[in-house]
Write a protein that binds this ligand. Structure first.
Ligand code: AMP
Length: 281
């Protein structure tokens, strides 16, 4: 596995790969790798010839009071895990490299953004589409792999690709979980011991809702209320949101039909966790 820090160097590698007729699979991450990230790599290896992973904790997608400084980082460990998983090129740029100057042209997300994390984290998705566009332009992937744990991110990036005719296919990868159901996340290490015990209740609450819907409940406000009661009685976290929308449009859905996203964010003392399920009629 090659580790690359420099944009020009990666661009010249990409040029050679393209020239040889091989396809490129891209897995963008913020590092502190876990089984979720590695599943994206596995999928990329199945579907493309050469796999590029990036590790970059993107300051632009963190708000002023968010956990940019506390975000866990361990490049040595990541390097080993990425290599074992079969990543061919690991791109690890510095903040200076990616944001050398202030931007002369900005990208601003207008749709699919005033809900869920987009509403709670102002500017977050502007930061996400900015870095993803920069990375797509450098890596020029045929396919890019994103986890459905960040379902709103997938919806926003799919719109970006469509709006700007970006020549990349977005592949949705299902959420990878711990045995107790907790969605794998780099932030889980920042939970206290007690919070780690409580955290699987996010998924349990979502599963309860899923059962209720399978049993015929169609009223999304009743479902949301049920999950709220469940989370409040089973965790010490503070609910940031529990919302339900049509997916991937993220439009309102009072009566559940078609493909629906039920998503939750809960703030614990050490980390804010998100999780979701897609419910298909
Ligand atoms: P992050 O490093 O948190 O920015 O995540 C990088 C990519 O990995 C994103 O596409 C995430 O959605 C994906 N990802 C993170 N956690 C998981 C998980 N538990 N299962 C599947 N994909 C994940």
């Amino acid at each position: 596995m090659n580790i690359i820090h420099d944009v020009t160097e990666l661009q010249s590698i990409v040029k050679n790969i393209k020239h040889s007729g091989k396809s490129i699979g891209f897995v963008p991450t913020m590092g502190f790798l876990h089984e979720g990230h590695l599943t994206l790599v596995k999928e990329a290896k199945k579907q493309t010839d050469v796999v590029v992973m990036s590790i970059f904790v993107n300051p632009m997608q963190f708000g002023p009071n968010e956990d940019f400084d506390q975000y866990p980082r361990d490049l040595d460990r990541d390097r080993e895990l990425a290599e074992k998983a079969g990543v061919d090129f690991l791109f690890v740029p510095s903040v200076d490299t990616m944001y050398n100057n202030s931007l002369s042209t900005v990208l601003k997300v207008e749709k699919r953004v005033n809900v869920l994390c987009g509403r709670k984290r102002e500017g977050h998705f502007d930061g996400v589409v900015t870095i993803v566009t920069k990375l797509f332009n450098i890596v020029q992937p045929d396919k890019a792999f994103f986890g459905m744990k960040d379902a709103q991110q997938v919806a926003v990036i799919e719109s970006l690709v469509e709006d700007y005719f970006l020549p990349v296919e977005i592949i949705r990868v299902p959420t990878v979980r711990e045995e107790d159901g907790l969605a794998k996340s780099s932030r889980n290490v920042n939970l206290t011991e007690l919070e780690r015990i409580e955290a699987p209740h996010l998924y349990k609450g979502l599963r309860l809702a899923q059962e209720e819907i399978a049993n015929g409940e169609k009223d999304s406000s009743k479902i949301i209320e049920m999950v709220k009661t469940y989370i409040e009685s089973n965790t010490s976290g503070t609910i940031d949101y529990i919302e339900m929308y049509a997916y991937p449009e993220l439009t309102n859905l009072s009566v559940i039909h078609g493909e629906a996203l039920l998503a939750i964010a809960v703030k614990f003392s050490g980390a804010r966790l998100i999780d979701n399920i897609i419910i298909k009629e």
